[in-house]
Design a protein around this ligand. Structure first.
Ligand SMILES: C[S@@+](CC[C@H](N)C(=O)[O-])C[C@H]1O[C@@H](n2cnc3c(N)ncnc32)[C@H](O)[C@@H]1O
Length: 243
């Protein structure tokens, strides 16, 4: 798999089909939007918005007076997002998180990023986010860990997919502090994913291949794959200093 399997239209459709059927990303997106304390009328960037699972949740909080820019590196994911959500106050922009400030030119109240942060390069991404937030603006993102046995294929850096999965809370907090963020709040929640959801998740190429490519011929059934169903998702909320 290339480092950027997200570029494939087949993957985008498969991801969206998973998202329509199983609530995994809806649950974390909804919680993240709550933790970000989004208010009606706010201007929000949904970073690495994918096919719009998080955007929908943001939209219900900012309402028609708010504005949302969904940014993703994959035009294929954005194409599906644009078909999913048609609202005059939502726009879709192709862009790399690491250069977010090259596609957002008006300061925003919040940047929200669900289930993607570990795929991004932290230092340039955090610098770019700090540049697009207004003083007092918030950054909210999730980091999800499966409770992996040592040596599990997902636990190592494969194809650029998951180098950050092993980083702990203290590491992320110090990265935020190093980029000037304050009022850092974290909330770690356990999430037990039914095996059926996880088996379906593994069928999405960009998600399952890093795990299953080590086990040729293995059906994407969670028990056979040996992938734990227990996850811990940490929600991070931080503020750019200002009024
Ligand atoms: C697991 S999906 C999450 C999508 C959405 N936030 C959700 O909760 O459903 C990860 C997304 O991150 C995007 N992505 C990965 N690396 C990126 C980068 N460097 N810049 C922007 N988007 C990126 C992928 O294209 C993909 O759409």
């Amino acid at each position: 798999m290339t480092a950027y399997a997200w570029e494939s239209p087949v993957n985008a459709v498969a991801y969206d089909a998973f998202d329509q059927r199983y609530p995994t990303y809806r649950i974390s997106s909804s919680r993240l939007a709550d933790e970000a304390a989004l208010a009606p009328g706010e201007r929000v960037v949904d970073l690495a918005c994918g096919t719009g699972a998080t955007t929908r949740q943001i939209l219900t909080r900012v309402g028609p007076a708010g504005t949302i820019t969904g940014v993703d590196a994959s035009p294929a994911m954005l194409d599906v997002a644009g078909r999913n959500i048609r609202a005059p106050n939502v726009r879709w922009v192709t862009g790399q998180a690491e250069r977010l400030d090259s596609v957002i030119d008006t300061p925003v109240d919040a940047v929200v990023c669900n289930m993607a942060f570990w795929q991004l390069t932290p230092a340039p991404t955090l610098s770019a986010i700090a540049r697009v937030l207004r003083p007092g603006g918030r950054l909210a993102f999730t980091i999800s860990h499966r409770l992996l046995p040592p040596g599990h294929p997902m636990a190592r850096d494969r194809d650029g997919i998951a180098p950050m999965l092993q980083d702990d809370e203290a590491t992320w907090v110090s990265r935020l502090e190093a980029h000037g963020f304050t009022r850092i709040r974290t909330l770690a929640l356990a999430f037990e994913e039914p095996p059926e959801w996880l088996a379906a998740w593994l069928e999405v190429p960009a998600l399952g291949r890093p795990v299953l490519s080590d086990r040729p011929g293995l059906p994407a059934h969670i028990r056979a794959a040996g992938l734990p169903t227990l996850q811990r998702t940490t929600y991070y909320v931080a503020m750019k200093p200002g009024p």
